[in-house]
Ligand binder design. Sequence first.
Ligand SMILES: [Mn+2]
Length: 427
Amino acid sequence: MNIEKSQLEKHNDSLLTRHQQKLNNLKNEWQGIDIEVVIQKLVDFQIAIPSWALGTGGTRFGRFAINGGEPRTIEEKIEDVGLIHALNASSGAISLHIPWDIPQNPEHIKSLAASYGLKFDAVNSNTFQDQPGQPVSYKFGSLQHVDKSVRQQAIDHNIEVIKQGVSLGSDSLTVWLADGSCFPGQLNFRKAFENTLGSLKEIYSALPTNWKMFVEYKAYEPNFYSTTVGDWGQSLLYANKLGEKAYTLVDLGHHLPNANIEQIVSLLLMEGKLGGFHFNDSKYGDDDLTTGSIKPYQLFLIFNELVEGMDARNMDHATSLGWMIDASHNVKDPLEDLLQSIEAIMIAYAQALFVDRKALTEAQQSNDVVLCQEILQHTFRSDLRALVAEARLRVGAALAPLNLYRSLNCRKTLIGERGQHTVATGL
Ligand SMILES: [Mn+2]
C-alpha cells in the first residue's frame, strides 16, 4: 500500500500545534545547542531494514502467524520498507538475504526500490543452513570445514552474493558464520581459524574495489561450545589479516551477558575497523527484540561512543558505517516493531548529539566522576522526541509514524491485498 501525501499532511496538521509547543520548549531549554545542525543530522541518518524482518519470526519451538498480509515476494518486501520509510523518512535502505531473496530481474527490483526512495544496503550470505539440492552439507561448518569441497561451496556462494549485490547497487557483504563446535575436542581451533581465514581471503579477493566486507561475530548459537568468529577480538583478527576492505560488524545481541558494548565500539572505531551495526535488544542472549525495549540507556551509551569516535576521525555519521536493524518479531506486527526500533535509535542518536563533549572531557580530565555521570544522564533523561519528530516533518514524513500506521489501518489494507495466511519467504 502507498501512503498519500494528503494523508500525511492531514495527520501532521492535526498534531502541529502541540508539536510546535514541545519543540519551542526544547529550544528554550537547550539554547547552547545548534538545533538546526542536529535536525539535519537526524534527517540524514538512515537505518536499513533487513528483508527477513518483515514477516513473523519464530523460535525453535514454533512460529505463530500474527497479523496476516505478510510480504510474499521480494517486491512486497520492498513495498513494506517503502511504507515504513514514507512514515518515518529514516529507513531509506533494504538489506537482502541471499538465497531467501534472489532478485530475478535486478533492474526491475532496483527501479522499484528507487520509486520508494530506497537503496540497497549490505547483502547477506547464508551458509548456516543447507539449501535444497546443494551438493555438500554445512552440518559441521562452512568456511571452517575440514573438507575443502564444503569450504569451496561456501566460498562460491559468497562470491555469488557479491555479484547479486553488484547488480543492485549494494557496496558491502556481511558474512555471519554459524561455524563452530558443540563439544570439546570436536574442532581444532587453530585449524578452524586458518580454514576460515583462507576461505574469507578468497571471498575478499572477489570484492569490487569500492566494496567492504563485514565480518559479524557471535558468542554462541547455533554452536554451543565454540564459535569460530565468536567475539570482536576474533572478528578484528580476521579483518586485520584480510585487509583494508574488511571490517568488524557489531550486532547488539551477539555478546555474552553484560558485555560492555560501548567500549568495544570505541576501540573498533579507534582502529578504523568498525564497519557496520546491527540493532536489536536483548535480555538474555540473541533475543532479537525491539531496539531500545530492554536497555535504552545502553543504547544511548553506545551512540555516545559512536558519535565521539566518529567525530574524532572526522567520519560522516550517516555514510561511514552500515546501519541496520537485525530483529525478529514473535508477537508484534513486524512493521510496528520496526517503527518502534527506528524511533528508539533516532532518540538515542539525538541524545548522543546533545552530550556536552567539552564539559565531559574536562570532567574526565579532572577525574570528576560525579560530573561525568551527570553530564551523560542529563541528556539521556531529556525528552528529545520532538526533535526527532521535527526532522521527520521537515522531509514530509509523519509526526507520529506509529499512530498514523494504526489510524490508516495499514495492516488491514495489507491483509486485503495479500491475504490472511501469507508467509514471508525465507522464514
Ligand atoms: Mn546480525
